[in-house]
Design a protein around this ligand. Structure first.
Ligand code: CA
Length: 224
């Protein structure tokens, strides 16, 4: 899952960036409205976290533009202003949720996961296919109730494939969901990641299997 964080406070960004990456998210950071607009034009995000007080204007302006284009991108508004009015305006403008600063990182992550569970993103906390289960909150993967050790990124890839199980997931969609613009992405990074995940699933005797669809992407199906 890929997030766009629009926030201009370096200390908060640093804290958020680390917490979100540990949570298994790919994160792009825009310090102002202009760069947020540029990111939104070229990448596909699962959630946007939007500060209201930005150096080049009000975050609500961006939110209005996003909704005017018909985008249903879940948006979590951050506000330092403790005014009820701001929150009401935010929600009226099309924010899905808001968080008042200062906040604790676990709360931020819980709110993001709640947004990802909404009808448009669908599917609950636990994803399953055959004997394979992924708990999207604890980030734990198990096969026949035995936990399988996986890296943060392996779990992230598995989540993307499980959310679209039985369908071919285009490679560029996976790359967008797994890697922020800052990531150094080698040309065969995706192949290596898929290879490792495939081997872990096979070693754990998972009935689910990742198929390569040449020139298109990957598909997770259950063989049982
Ligand atoms: Ca700010």
């Amino acid at each position: 899952m890929r997030l766009l964080v629009v926030e201009d406070e370096p200390d908060l960004l640093d804290l958020m960036g680390r917490a979100l990456e540990r949570g298994g998210f790919a994160v792009d950071v825009a310090p102002d409205l202009r760069r947020a607009g540029e990111f939104l034009a070229v990448a596909r995000y699962d959630v946007m976290i939007l500060d209201l007080n930005l150096p080049d204007g009000d975050g609500l302006v961006l939110l209005r533009q996003v909704r005017a284009r018909g985008s249903k991108l879940p948006v979590l508004v951050l506000t330092a202003r403790d005014a009820v009015e701001d929150r009401v305006t935010g929600l009226d403008t099309g924010a899905d949720d808001y968080l008042v600063k200062p906040f604790h990182m676990p709360e931020l992550i819980a709110r993001i996961r709640a947004l990802l569970r909404r009808p448009d993103a669908v599917l609950g906390i636990t994803l399953s296919l055959g004997n394979l289960v992924l708990d999207t909150t604890s980030r734990q993967v198990s096969v026949s109730e035995t936990v399988v050790a996986m890296s943060v990124r392996e779990v992230a890839l598995l989540e993307l494939l499980m959310r679209r199980q039985g369908a071919v997931v285009p490679r560029d969609l996976l790359e967008q969901g797994l890697y922020s613009f800052d990531s150094e992405l080698g040309s065969n990074a995706m192949e290596v990641l898929v290879h490792r995940l495939r081997r872990k699933l096979a070693d754990a005797a998972a009935t689910a299997c990742i198929h390569t669809v040449r020139g298109v992407g990957y598909m997770l199906t259950d063989l049982a």
